[in-house]
Design a protein around this ligand. Sequence first.
Ligand SMILES: [Zn+2]
Length: 472
Amino acid sequence: MLQMGRGLALSIGVALCLAATVSVSSASARDVDYKTAGEEATKILADYLRIDTTVPPGNEKKGAEFLAGILKQNGIESQILETAPDRACIYARLKGNGKKKAIVLLNHIDVVPANAADWKHPPFSGEIHDGELWGRGALDMKGMGIIELQAMLMIKKSGVTLDRDIIFLGTPDEEVGGVYGAAWFAKNHADLVKDAEFLLNEGFMIDADDNGKAKYWGVNFAEKSPLWLELTAKGQAGHASMPLPDSATNKLVRALSKLQQSGPNFKVLPPVEEYFKNISSTESGDLKDAYANIVEATKDPAKTKLIMGDVLKSSMLKNTVSLTVMKAGYKTNVIPGEATAQLDCRILPGVTKDEVVSWVKKTIDEPSIDIGVIEWEQAEPSKLDTELYESIKAVAKEEAPGVPVVPVLVPWFTDSHWFRELGITAYGFEPVEVDRVHMATMHGVDERIPVKSIEDGVRRMHKILLKCGGVN
Ligand SMILES: [Zn+2]
């Protein structure tokens, strides 16, 4: 909050000498035909959806070249950065006056596979039916990419100069881990974003009820860290006609059973408490009470049961363990000498890998079982007392009075963490309403976005960029 205070004092100071310029550019920046801008974005998105960037193999370079073409038509030069054959990032920058640090608009070009036979309309057709634009990537996340692009183009066209540069960055390979995408970019071209303070990416959106009405604007400020473990038990091999109580398989099953029976250890982080308090009004009955006072609720067995009914929201309250892979044996009548199990643990911010490994060790209480780490990505949260967060809140107040903006901690991870590691404040937030039905189409069948959402998204993104760029 201290930061906001200082920023405000500074802008009042410069307003005195720049009053004329500021008021002229503010007026022209805000004098925008949002309806036309939305229609243009819908057309661009339809063309973009027709480019098949299914990963594997990706072929995202075609998508990057398409975006480069649109940028060029609007007078913005871009760079295509090849990460592998036929795979590329696109990077472009719209200059501001340099008073403040840059904001990155991040999006991924690749999409997950779609089996056309299962879809009502072809996944790469970009067709509009009943007011919705169909196609793989409409929501995840070519739609958001074009919303970002169009908002940037609108600022370019209006001729207004923001206090920050806007960086447009499209990456390949996100859906399979980002090794040839964001990870590659962060490793090889961190210099291109070294002056960036903020980044907007996918990661959460405006949660809507079944009628499409907004419940809250959720801003993903943090993601859980994935920690994948492999447990290996060894024991004497033998003939199955003579059971061995301490065989590898028996030891492993006993250990896993102890893990399964260990109840959830809740840990309510302050922003998560704020999240539940804010969304409690969108629920009713006992759940409303539980969410309103989540710390107390996690100590009450009846309320705990209720909370655990929502697998997404409850995952924000604890470290989780999912047993995913088990391997042992090759023949029914042979007791194998080795058995392994893999665990996908998702860890809250502030908890270390070593703490979790020690907890697993203590819980299974079987010193002979080896615990190996397969994967670990420490995901640090972004702070919330920032100008970008305040800008989102200001736009929400204008666009959807009474609908709260809340910080969300999500159990999945996106490309944002590569940039959080570079010291950039990154939020996962798409300014469009998404209800349960549409949410299920992401990575599922019949992915589509309402044309109205594209228009709303472009308008809101444009307003957020203006506010964060010093135009009020
Ligand atoms: Zn995505």
